[in-house]
Design a protein around this ligand. Structure first.
Ligand code: NAD
Length: 485
């Protein structure tokens, strides 16, 4: 009768009867997605040690250093194609959940299977248990992870390096998805391995793909171009900088120079507007630190910069206050308001607030789902700008093409393809993403275009099949008992 109860039930079903789990999830995606993924998976992670049934993934701890390759040999499947790995330091917007963060790789991989048909045996969830700085977990006798402060510095980097080479050695065709690492490590690991491994960071690149798709859809409602917009982010972490960087790619595709494109993206973080005069800025923020007088709060930044879109990726709830949203409505005919922080309790504003405070004119998307909102007789179906629209399709394309790298171009193409899947009926209901029930079809379309990038850019030795759609769909898992007849 509770969401967490349903989560426990579904995880138990996954352990007991994978086919039935996936059939049920796929046939009831709208209802099941919020249970097996955000927001309930967040609660599932917070409670992980208390509701723990079976491991369902590979736990590599700091104590296993020197033996990671040996451990990987114990994984029972030989053809792993997607590895989702976390160290649990920044789980959704919930912070450091240590080894309890394993709920996220398990959840993400179940979406790879449900939404893009990657075989369950080709998926490997991994927890790199580096300890935790969460005192509550350190004190909890039921915590499943190592009860020591987090590993940092060279020893941490050595564990990551050992893990990367062990995966490449045992599963040379695998694509590694980095998931919910703390932001200093996420940017560093991505930069360190993106040129030498088939790897991407979903919080940086997947989020960027789904957000850019949302903007492309929004352009169908505003009737203009990406370059007519100005983007103001609340939060300059993995999600914010990732989205900004892909927007820059989109703006450059419209003919802007990189410098001009960057000037369209502005950031407010916990210390105010990100400007060049600020000292001690983290490296990932520097490309977006513009020359401007310092500004403290979001409202002042909105009034001064007059953005057409605000994007909430701060993990801080209720920060899109009424004055902020009303200012957006005064400045724009169709204000774009994306409250992307997860889970629902962390959203910068609710769907209802966005629609009522803008007199129904907002183009709204959130990270976690919101119920439909009826305002002045009109019912709005808020779009869920969730990465689940992007990463399964990208992964399927990479796997099907046997691509050796995952590039930003693939996410750019995926964003365009996703936006092209939105129908006039979706727009009429305020939806800027396709219906979830169409996700498999959407993932196939994304996979085809991503695979084309791999073939076009020479990122694979695999010969392009004459019928790419058939090649991709023929590899997809379809849960049915007849599989075993
Ligand atoms: P992060 O830790 O890398 O970045 C958070 C940023 O927010 C930092 O720049 C921090 O300075 C800033 N911040 C913190 N408090 C603030 C405040 N009061 N005012 C302004 N800025 C503040 O985290 P992240 O990976 O970028 O994720 C941020 C949020 O976005 C999380 O809640 C996450 O769940 C969500 N997210 C959603 C999606 C999605 O649904 N598509 C994808 C990825 C991340």
């Amino acid at each position: 009768s509770t969401d967490i109860g349903k989560y426990v039930y579904m995880v138990a079903l996954l352990d007991r009867n994978e086919d039935l789990f996936y059939r049920f999830v796929m046939d009831n995606l709208d209802e099941m997605m919020p249970i097996i993924y955000t927001p309930t998976v967040g609660k599932g992670c917070q409670e992980f040690g208390h509701i723990f049934r079976r491991p369902r993934g590979l736990y590599v701890s700091r104590k296993n250093r020197g033996r990671v390759s040996e451990m990987l040999k114990n994984w029972p499947y030989d053809d792993v194609r997607i590895v989702v790995v976390t160290d649990g330091e920044r789980i959704l917007g919930l912070g450091d959940l240590g080894a309890n963060g394993m709920g996220i790789p398990i959840g993400k991989l179940s979406l790879y299977t449900a939404c893009a048909g990657i075989y369950p045996t080709q998926c490997m969830p991994v927890m790199l248990d580096c300890g935790t700085d969460n005192q509550e977990l350190l004190d909890d006798p039921l915590y499943i992870g190592i009860q020591e402060p987090r590993l940092r510095g060279v020893e941490y980097d050595a564990l990551i390096a050992e893990f990367m080479s062990a995966v490449q050695e045992k599963y040379p065709k695998a694509c590694i998805q980095l998931e919910d690492f703390g932001n200093t490590n996420a940017f560093r690991i991505l930069e360190a391995y993106r040129e030498s491994a088939c790897l991407f960071d979903d919080d940086i690149q997947g989020t960027a793909g789904v957000a850019l798709a949302g903007f492309y859809s929004a352009l169908n409602l505003t009737g203009d171009r990406l370059s007519d917009h100005k983007f103001l982010f609340l939060g300059a972490g993995e999600a914010g900088i990732g989205i900004g960087s892909l927007i820059v790619t989109g703006l450059m595709a419209e003919g802007l120079s990189e410098a001009d494109a960057r000037k369209k993206c502005w950031y407010v973080d916990s210390k105010g507007l990100v400007v060049s005069s600020r000292t001690g800025l983290a490296e990932h923020k520097l490309p977006f630190a513009h020359d401007h007088a310092p500004i403290q709060g979001l409202l002042e930044a909105v009034e001064t910069l007059q953005p057409t879109a605000i994007i909430g990726v701060s993990g801080k709830p209720s920060t899109f206050t009424r004055p902020v949203v009303e200012a957006m409505a005064r400045l724009n005919m169709r204000p774009i308001i994306f409250a992307l922080s997860n889970p629902t309790s962390m959203a910068e504003c609710t769907a209802e607030e966005a629609y009522t405070w803008t007199d129904g004119r907002a183009i709204f998307a959130s990270g976690s789902p919101f119920d439909p909102v009826t305002y002045k007789g009109q019912t709005f179906l808020p779009g869920q700008g969730n990465n689940a629209y992007i990463f399964p399709g990208v992964g399927l394309g990479v796997v099907a093409a046997e691509a050796v790298r995952v590039t930003d171009e693939m996410f750019f193409v995926a964003a365009k393809t996703l936006a092209a899947q939105v129908t006039p009926e979706d727009y009429a209901q305020g939806r800027i993403f396709p219906e979830l029930s169409r996700i498999r079809e959407v993932s196939i379309a994304i996979a085809v275009d991503v695979a084309e990038v791999a073939f076009r850019r020479g990122l694979t030795d695999f010969e392009r099949p004459a019928d790419l759609v058939k090649h991709i769909t023929s590899q997809m898992y379809d849960p049915a008992y007849k599989t075993y007849v």
